[in-house]
Design a protein around this ligand. Sequence first.
Ligand SMILES: [Zn+2]
Length: 452
Amino acid sequence: MRLTSATILASSVFLTAVSTSYAEDILVEGGYVMTMDPGVGDLEQTDVLIKGGRIVAIGRGLKAGTARRIQAKGAIVLPGFVDTHSHLYVTTMRGQFRNKEGQFFPVSSKLAGSMTPHDVETAMHLGALELISSGITTTADFFDNVIGPAHGEAGLRALQRSGIRGTLYYGGPDKTTKHPMNLDQLRSIASRLDKSAQVGVGLAWRLPRNRTDARNWAMRQQEFDTANELGLPIQVHVSGEPGPMLDALIEREYLYPNLTVVHAPDASAEQLRVLEAAGSSLAVTPISEQRVGYGLTRFDQFALFSKQGLGIDGNSLAGSAEMFATMRLASLTWSGGARSETAPDARSLLELATIGGAEVVGMASEIGTLSVGKRADLQIIRLDSLNLAGFGGGDPSALLVHSAHPSDVDTVIIGGRVVKIDGDLVDVDRPKLLQDAEGSARALTSRVAERD
Ligand SMILES: [Zn+2]
């Protein structure tokens, strides 16, 4: 079905303004539903019924009883985006990366080492709320700044408080691989979290730069074995020198379906073939990868790869938590690199940001499409902003990829909880949030400046 100019231009969106963060029975009424399920496609003027945190029906004229009604006529209803890789603790370092004097790795490492648990919680909570506000309902947070146990708990609490779905990939105390990870705390967190919990835990894994450093490899082996024993997903950073690191992963037989390789824009065709055969996945973060000079993130080079998704890689490194901008850059780099105006199809970018990401984080049976039985994680995108005006009924995928902004995300629902509505986050004290973030950022930078 097509999104006609009549449904877009002749309709206005009226969304209710009841504020609550509890899972509710909800009827999302009359939207243009982009299911992202290839077998179903888009459904015009269609309702989505949510009960017990899951989608229980999709169709026209659904009976909802006492369910809360959210009017989506003239708007697009889309699965929540999946951010396959982030570092939310750097969110309050947004002002510090100025390329010449403020390069990301030295600056973020210096600041990160002085973060208190309060700084960590403030940054990660803010970062997760920014993701939600941008239509991202699931994140995979690579938390490689667990300086002490209180920092570990602070990071977990920040994600849980925000209302986002996701996995806290628990890492070491810094970006080097010199120090051991607190595997006792990893075990403790894993034992506390139910498999169906909205925030789960995984392993944030880094490899030794020195491939012959036996003591370092022994530490990494222990981390890998612990994650496997606990049945946890693993994300591995191969940034810096993806070629040799991918070779090490292959030679040491670390590839398996629960492993996601992050930042591998230069992976060779042969390395990709081996990764594919092992069932491993790729998390690709075009904005950050290009900002720090890893090279061009050419999705056309991964075209034959099955499990891949998009990531933000830290709101401050990417500039902001924008999946729209991420899709746009991926698309433009692809078109420019391939010298083709028609490649890629815009819908393939939306797939990477939804179902593709869900496959990467191992949740495709639960999220990533709007399907009966899946978790009710969705966003409603309003089409009444100037940047979306004049659409006139073309390709809604191209509209979203090339024209939409986070401010067009009117409503976000995660697991049946309305977490954003009428353009505002629910139950968030915005002035306090901003004040806390600014206070933490300034205190952190002055603490580090005094020490230097
Ligand atoms: Zn990263």
